[in-house]
Design a binder for this molecule. Structure first.
Ligand code: 13P
Length: 257
């Protein structure tokens, strides 16, 4: 089965709505239909910029998708500061990052919380980008596979196989995020393969073959080609380099390299 690669920019807590508009405009200049036919392109701005970026994408008919970086799992209610999946769906948000390691580490999100978010996002017709990945310590202990498989299993609890098939799982080794240290492409590809194999075992080969598995962690124009050459890597989740429209455009046009 051929899977359409997905290059997604996770802007994290960067860019106000004016800067966001500028970046998407510049990104749009770099990409044409031949790129979008080969690769799905998504940006994940901060909540405050979603509406502006949505309006720009719609107005200029850009083939750039919109993602959010997080959401709550409840529909509405007394959850000060939180944003519900319904609010995001109303803004034409297609993807929601769930369980990014920064949310897990800095905001105490557990697999159980991430699982609730994944299910809520699916219930609203959006696609979760479920993040998994081991810490440096876990890696040094040789526990990468068991940690990643454990997260996949726990965070997909109660999700139907056909829903898993439409999802995205991003393998992001924590030690490679924002550090400039990328997992060696072969190693990144192998762990993405572990994710797919875990899904195959639990959810069947149809779901595993359809599922898109991304790599994330210091993805740059200089390493995108080698990463995309890995059979089990179906795209990347990009932090720092997605804040530069020229760099992110190269990543989105990896097939031209
Ligand atoms: P960097 O690309 O800055 O390492 O961030 C990766 C990441 O966390 C994407 O979600």
């Amino acid at each position: 089965m051929s899977r359409l690669p997905l290059q997604a920019g996770n802007w994290k807590m960067n860019l106000d709505h004016l800067e966001a508009i500028q970046l998407v405009q510049r990104l749009g200049y770099h990409l044409d239909d031949t790129d979008y036919d080969r690769t799905e392109v998504v940006v994940c701005p901060a909540f405050t910029a979603l509406r502006s970026v949505q309006t720009l994408i719609e107005g200029d008919r850009l083939r750039i998708g919109l993602g959010a970086q997080d959401c709550h799992w409840e529909e509405s209610g007394s959850f000060t500061g939180a944003v519900s999946p319904g609010m995001l769906a109303k803004l034409d948000v297609s993807y929601v990052v769930c369980g990014h390691s920064e949310r897990r580490r800095l905001f105490g999100e557990t697999d159980d919380v991430v699982n609730r978010k994944v299910r809520a996002v699916l219930a609203h017709g959006m696609t979760p980008i479920l993040c998994v990945g081991e810490s440096e310590e876990q890696r040094d202990q040789g526990r990468t596979e068991s940690v990643v498989v454990g997260q996949v299993e726990a965070c997909l609890d109660g999700v139907e196989d056909r829903q898993v098939a439409g999802m995205v799982i991003a393998y992001e080794p924590v030690w490679a995020i924002g550090t400039g240290r990328t997992a060696e492409p072969g190693e990144a590809g192998a762990t993405c393969g572990v994710v797919r194999a875990a899904v195959a075992e639990r959810r069947g080969t149809d779901a595993a073959e359809a599922l898109r598995v991304q790599y994330g962690g210091s993805v740059k124009p200089g390493n995108i080609e080698a990463l995309m050459r890995q059979a089990d890597i179906d795209g990347t989740l990009v932090g720092g380099a997605s804040l530069d429209p020229d760099d992110f455009a190269v990543i989105c046009r990896w097939h031209r390299l």
